[in-house]
Design a protein around this ligand. Sequence first.
Ligand code: 2DT
Ligand code: MG
Length: 188
Amino acid sequence: MAGRRGALIVLEGVDRAGKSTQSRKLVSALRAAGHRAELLRFPERSTEIGKLLSSYLEKKSDMEDHSVHLLFSANRWEQVPLIKEKLDQGVTLVVDRYAFSGVAFTSAKELRLADAATRGEFGCERYENWAFQERALRCFQQLMTDPTLNWKAVDASRSVEDVHEEIRTLSEDTIRTAVQRPLEELWK
Ligand code: 2DT
Ligand code: MG
């Protein structure tokens, strides 16, 4: 349909939930079904700000927590003109993490102050440990209670194909209804 805007589809969740795999599969499936769809990710590590974040995440550099939070935010804002342009052109954007990771991961740091238990880290990057991920999950669950956000919870413990099928169906619905919400509402 001419003039129809694209949908902004955000995949959020803790590390290793399968967001990147599912985002890629979703873009392919939407394209195969005749939609215009593109993939974005945050942090977008290729920009100057993204390089600072990447170095921080890889523990090659340290940064004050508030500053890091604002850099993650800036890293999204630098893509907003592109996001608006694409959605306006009718391109659906599948986004691997967005501002909700920003809230959940920064909140998880604040919760840590009250958390007595310290556990060993299992990953190489900052935040890649069970205790931290559990706190981030609690924050995501709290964010999901906001009725103004159109969240759908997807059980990521199933097979890649089953999860994909559910996300694809939900996304098709979202693309169909996206046109009812003007783009300006996204940045209120
Ligand atoms: P990836 O493993 O997906 O590259 O993410 N993060 C992400 C934040 O702390 N704040 C944010 O605003 C965003 C978008 C989550 C790397 C890590 O960055 C965290 C995991
Ligand atoms: Mg990661």
